[in-house]
Structure formats: structure tokens, C-alpha cells
Write a protein that binds this ligand. Structure first.
Ligand SMILES: Nc1nc2c(ncn2[C@@H]2O[C@H](COP(=O)(O)OP(=O)(O)OP(=O)(O)O)[C@@H](O)[C@H]2O)c(=O)[nH]1
Ligand SMILES: [Mg+2]
Length: 325
């Protein structure tokens, strides 16, 4: 470790020099649980503010990969560099092609502006592995303009991925409304933007009306809904425009994405603190007890909880792993 350049420093230098093989190597190491602390300490957070991180989530077969493929083309036309992280174990991203019955990817494997990586999930939640956040950080440090993350999401998973991205796009289809029950499992709650894909299929306008009705009843600010036909490349430009607006990278809009990510980080800190104090702090135990008895409204209790937690020592996040439950 006292050598002039550690293996990580060497890798990091190569990454700074835009060596994609070095990045691929680093990602593999991170997936093996190696170099985690180094990445956390050496990849400066300001890098992440340059990169627009977009999550693509939705039910199997909704068209996440097709939309992602389309966006890659759209972004490369604008000379933006793109990294694609597919956290779905059944991901069709392999060697620059979409496999199986799915569309072929239209990008040049020799294009240095594109980095693609699919990795299997280890977390019990399915789509997100424990190393995802660190892999993302390494990719951001590489300096891509855009990261697209595809994941099939259960509600839990979508909320987890939302913490990592500037913009979470929920990909729905007209057919989804009947059987999948959009409202359930937090799908809607997590969405910053909805791509209603397969808009060539019947029932599209009906589905959009249904979505609008759901959001009318919800206190949540309704996300924009963009109609797309991924297989024909339709709606991609508009989808990207909306992504930039929500992500705060458009020129006239506040940087909503960074604000949300900071808030998300604060929420993670809070959760860690709460989990640490839950069983050992008598004040916290008393608050839980009072709430359980139903003797007091939850909001004043929650404010007291915040006060109490703000008094105790923060937990060092680098020693805490999460996402495996
Ligand atoms: N008709 C129609 N078919 C589409 C459209 N977009 C995607 N498809 C088809 O839907 C199927 C699934 O597309 P994918 O892009 O692989 O969907 P996915 O959400 O990535 O699927 P998983 O990764 O398996 O969850 C493929 O056969 C696509 O050709 C669309 O806009 N219209
Ligand atoms: Mg896919």
C-alpha cells in the first residue's frame, strides 16, 4: 500500500485518461466487493453533478431496453457520451447487441462514447445489487454525460433506484393497466416521468386518461407522460427533452435532480441513524411506544424523533452496507 502508485491509483489514472477497459476492470472489482472504499474516497462527488443519471424501470417486456437503445442513438447524435448499466439479471445487453427476440442495438461497439455493462443482481430485491451505487460512482468519475440504468422494478426496488438517479423514468404500456395495477407497489410514487411505450398499440389514449385520473386523486405532483414507440424511434426526442427538464439540466430549470439526490442521501443517513438507535435509545423507544399506543399523532412524534436523532453521532456510511435485504 505504500508503493508510489497503488493498483487502484493506477486504475484511477487510466480511468481519468478515458480508458474504457480500465473502467470495465474497475466495475468487475467493485462487483466482487473490492476497491469499494477507494472508489468512495477518490471519485470526487462533483463528477456526479456533471453526469445526468437516468433510471429506466418498469415491468418485464415494457420496452426499457428498446427505449434505452433508442436514447443511445439520440444522445450520440448530440455527441453526448453514454454509459448503460443494466441491473436486470435477464438483461439482453450483451456485447453491443440486444439478444433473443429483442431488437438489435444500433450502436458501434468501437464507439468510445458508449460504455455498456450488464450485471447480475445479488441483492434480494432483484434488480439492484449492493455494488450498484459504487459502480455508478465509478462510471460518473469516468465523466460520461449520461448514465442510463435499466432495471426491472418491484416497488421497493424502484424506490431504491430512485435514490441513485436524477430522473426515474417509469416505462408503461397500454396493456399494463388491466392486470398489473399500476398504483400498487409504489410504481407511481417513484416515477418522475412516465414513458407510455408501445403507443402504436390500441388503448394508448385510454391508458393515458387512466393515468391522469390516478394522479388527480394523488397528492403527488403528476409526472409528465410521454408517448413513445421505441421500435420506431418515435417520441425519443421528446422523452429526452423531458428527462433533461426533470433532471434540471435544461437551461431554464432548477437543478431538481441534485436537490433530490441530496435529500435522498439525507434520508439514507436518517434511516441508518434510526436503525442504529431503534433498539438502544430510550427516547426513540418511548416515541415508538407512544405512537404504538395511538395516544399521539405521528407528525409531532416524528419531529421529536428527528430532534433526538440529530443529537446522536452520525453513522459512517462507508462502513454500512445496505440493499441486501
Ligand atoms: N409494438 C411495440 N413493441 C415494442 C415497442 N417497444 C418495444 N417493443 C417490443 O417489446 C418487446 C420487449 O422489449 P424490450 O425492450 O426488450 O423490453 P424490456 O422492458 O427491456 O424487457 P425486459 O428487459 O425483459 O424486462 C420486444 O419484442 C420489443 O420489440 C413499441 O413501442 N411498440
Ligand atoms: Mg430489457
Amino acid at each position: 500500500m505504500s508503493e508510489s502508485a497503488s493498483p487502484f491509483e493506477e486504475l484511477h489514472a487510466r480511468i481519468k485518461a478515458k480508458d474504457r477497459r480500465a473502467l470495465a476492470r474497475l466495475v468487475s472489482r467493485l462487483e466482487n466487493g473490492e476497491l469499494v472504499d477507494e472508489v468512495r474516497s477518490l471519485c470526487p462527488p462533483h463528477d456526479s453533478m456533471r453526469t445526468l443519471v437516468v433510471g429506466m424501470t418498469g415491468s418485464p417486456g415494457a420496452g426499457k431496453s428498446s427505449l434505452t437503445a433508442g436514447l443511445i442513438g439520440h444522445l450520440r447524435q448530440q455527441k453526448k457520451t453514454v454509459a448503460i448499466l443494466a441491473t436486470d439479471p435477464a438483461s439482453p445487453f450483451t456485447g453491443g447487441a440486444l439478444l433473443g427476440e429483442r431488437v438489435r442495438m444500433d450502436y458501434d461497439p468501437a464507439d468510445v462514447g458508449v460504455f455498456m455493462r450488464s450485471f447480475s443482481s445479488r441483492g434480494a430485491t432483484g434488480g439492484l445489487s449492493e455494488s450498484t451505487a459504487d459502480v455508478l460512482r465509478a462510471v460518473e468519475a469516468f465523466g460520461f454525460d449520461v448514465v442510463l440504468m435499466e432495471t426491472v422494478g418491484s416497488g421497493q426496488d424502484q424506490l431504491a433506484i430512485r435514490d441513485l438517479v436524477d430522473v426515474l423514468v417509469l416505462v408503461l404500456t397500454p396493456a399494463g393497466g388491466d392486470d398489473i395495477q399500476w398504483e400498487k407497489a409504489g410504481q407511481m410514487e417513484a416515477a418522475d416521468l412516465i414513458a407510455l411505450n408501445k403507443a402504436d398499440l390500441p388503448g394508448t389514449d385510454f391508458a393515458i386518461a387512466g393515468l391522469r385520473a390516478i394522479f388527480e386523486l394523488s397528492p403527488q405532483v403528476a409526472p409528465a407522460i410521454v408517448k413513445t414507440i421505441a421500435t420506431k424511434g418515435q417520441g425519443l426526442a421528446e422523452l429526452w427533452r423531458e428527462i433533461e427538464l426533470v433532471g434540471g439540466r435544461g437551461s431554464h430549470h432548477p437543478r431538481f435532480g441534485p436537490a433530490r439526490r441530496l435529500l435522498s442521501a439525507a434520508q439514507r443517513e436518517l434511516r441508518r441513524l434510526f436503525e442504529k438507535e431503534e433498539s438502544s435509545n430510550p427516547v426513540v423507544a418511548d416515541l415508538i411506544e407512544r405512537f404504538a399506543r395511538g395516544s399521539q399523532d405521528e407528525h409531532p412524534l416524528a419531529r421529536d424523533l428527528l430532534k433526538e436523532l440529530s443529537r446522536v453521532e452520525p453513522v459512517d456510511p462507508s462502513t454500512t452496507h445496505h440493499g441486501n435485504g
